[in-house]
Design a binder for this molecule. Sequence first.
Ligand code: F1X
Length: 390
Amino acid sequence: MPDIPFPPVILGNEPGSFPHSVLAERHPAIVRQVREAFPYDPGRHRALDALLDNCIKGVIEPLPADAHDLGRWEGWGMREYTGSSWFDVPWLWSESYFYRQLLDTVGYFGPGPWQGIDPFRPFKLAELDAPETDEELTALDTLAGRPADEQARALLHGSLWGNRADLGFRLSTEHPGSPAAAQGLVADDSEDLWPLLSGAGTLCLIADNAGRELIPDLLLIAHLLEHGCVERAVLHIKPYPYYVSDATTADVVDALRRLAAAPGAAAAYGQLLWSAMADGRLTVRAHPFSCAPLPYARMPADLREEFAAAALTVVKGDLNYRRLVGDLLWPPTTPFTEAAAYFPGPVAALRTLKSDVVTGLDAGTEAALVAAEDQRWRTGGTHALIQVCA
Ligand SMILES: O=P(O)(O)OC[C@@]1(O)O[C@H](CO)[C@@H](O)[C@@H]1O
């Protein structure tokens, strides 16, 4: 971690705070939605009801003794937090463990008939099939005639703002849909990003959400491969369903099929990506650490080596940003380059702001945001940032 004083770790135990609302309201809403989305049997209904009760009123319980990843979770702090309230442990840990427990409850890890059934798939598919996705794909036809650098900028912004498409966000809001408030970049290091995005070599992209975020991520990768900006891309996705909409291998396949089946320019992108996977220029990686309840500062040696060797690692989304700089209450003017200094290679964050963590703002920007919105700009998903540490 950076060699600067450590700010407080974010917990979920302050009523009225955003993290508290996620644990007290968002998680129960997610359990209820999943319960309704599948024709689960009575045993699974009872288990889901017990999880609902436990995550509001109970304490953290260990994974079953025969869980395939028991040792991993013990290494990630499970014993230390067993018996604590969900609200009193680091929020990042609590949230990650909630998703692990939810998957256990619905039988995802099996054995049994529900093994491998993604409890969030109906929500992901609805988004992929939505008319808005068609509109976004049709817009590619207009873009196709533009100069390559203009296309690249449009695709980068598509990937950035695609991060607003976060189903966890929508499943738990009273008025679903895109936030209507003013949009804007609170930090923009794009000028430092372009040379890194066009210097050939390997691009690692740590993906976030499936559907309407993953599609623009893939389009950006396709463009960079096609124009020789990168030689190879590695797409890091989640090994199992996580934070509702996070992309898994199945979601990558769904997104590629969606592109390939679309009319016009979208299909050409789909074919390009399909063959890039077949010839090894595009690789999908589902490392267990991608679902770890820990900051990237604690990444294992194999990931460290991989990111050190990459020309650039692009970190997408809010949760990955929290993990990149640490889920800490940084003073917002802390330089991003200090918070991410430990990262083993050049790294860029593309994120819309959906939680309290932020670094790299200049004092004037922070003051203007606070004057206009108090602290709501941190969590509303209406602002975004592009930050680089090289
Ligand atoms: O990583 P993403 O999809 O951009 O956002 C994930 C998110 O919705 O989940 C967390 C709350 O559960 C917050 O960090 C953030 O708002």
